[in-house]
Write a protein of this length. Structure first.
Length: 297
């Protein structure tokens, strides 16, 4: 009896297995270090000008700012990295039609910063937990991440249904990595920034993706209004919110908001249904039933 040859896993298959098994994975050499350095150089003056955060969660030895697609022409390549987008769609696609950008945030943790409280990013939404994944995060280091300078701490196996366990996991891992690598983790995975006991600044970027029907962490339409998004490629404009999510969510005047990115709007606009197939069938069946009740007129 002939045996079937087992095909090797694709990169997306491999990292998806790791992500679902552990709640996170670290992908080495995902982009050239020079590409990271170019983005870091663009953002360096803005780190310099940004005030330290206020509040125990953000961290008073930490600087943060968003809207990175407007701050560097290099940011889009990270946001739209093909492997990342494929993993996002695999991780979240069961619960939405389309995914959206949740945030881009540059982070700089200074010496003396204490450890951040362990948390799950999914808890920003009051939805059912343990069944649905709401988001996926990608941490891109601009400087080496080490245990001493505050590398992100993740708690392996703390994701999915295990997020409902009221006891905190015993073991955390400081994810050490170098520029060019990426830490990918689910919104249900317990994590937090480590404390910076070194004399060096730890700098990086978090890019987050969420279900297309959620209210995102960063208001994408204010971050990238039409006059900005009009300069984006269509796929990037869609990712930051210029597309509807069925049924009719995120519309503008009953139309897909991508109409705002064209050369001009028509003088008169009529709303157009954007329904899921099951909803379209239900509405159609109701309409057909009315027709029969009225004698086929």
């Amino acid at each position: 009896m002939a045996t079937q040859m087992q095909l090797p896993l694709s990169p997306a298959d491999h990292w998806e297995v790791q992500l679902l098994l552990h709640g996170y994975c670290t992908v080495p050499d995902l982009v050239p270090p020079a590409q990271v350095a170019a983005l870091d150089a663009d953002l360096a003056p803005q780190f310099e000008e940004t005030d330290f955060c206020r509040g125990d969660f953000y961290g008073e030895y930490t600087k943060r700012f968003g809207r990175l697609l407007t701050r560097s022409e290099h940011a889009a390549a990270f946001v739209q990295h093909p492997l990342i987008i494929e993993l996002v769609e695999r991780a979240l696609g069961a619960w939405c039609d389309t995914v959206q950008l949740n945030l881009t945030q540059a982070i700089e943790i200074h010496p003396g910063a204490p450890q951040q409280m362990p948390h799950r990013d999914q808890d920003m939404w009051e939805g059912v937990k343990g069944e649905t994944e709401y988001l996926l995060n990608v941490m891109w280091p601009f400087t080496p991440y080490t245990q001493e300078n505050g590398a992100t701490l993740v708690y392996p196996g703390s994701h999915g249904a295990r997020a409902l366990d009221p006891s905190e996991p015993d073991m955390s891992v400081a994810v050490e990595m170098v520029p060019g690598s990426a830490l990918i983790f689910l919104g249900s995975t317990l994590h937090g920034a480590g404390g910076n006991s070194s004399e060096a600044i730890r700098r990086g970027m978090i890019v987050s993706y969420a279900l297309g029907w959620l209210k995102p962490y960063e208001n994408q339409w204010l971050a990238y209004p039409p006059d900005v998004a009009r300069r984006f490629p269509p796929e990037l404009a869609a990712l930051v919110g210029y597309r509807q999510h069925r049924p009719n969510l995120g519309n503008w005047e009953g139309l897909c908001p991508s109409v705002l990115l064209g050369e001009g709007l028509p003088d008169r606009i009529g709303a157009v249904d954007a329904l899921r197939p099951d909803q379209a069938e239900m509405v159609g069946a109701f309409r057909r039933g009315l027709g029969r009740a009225n004698g086929g007129r």
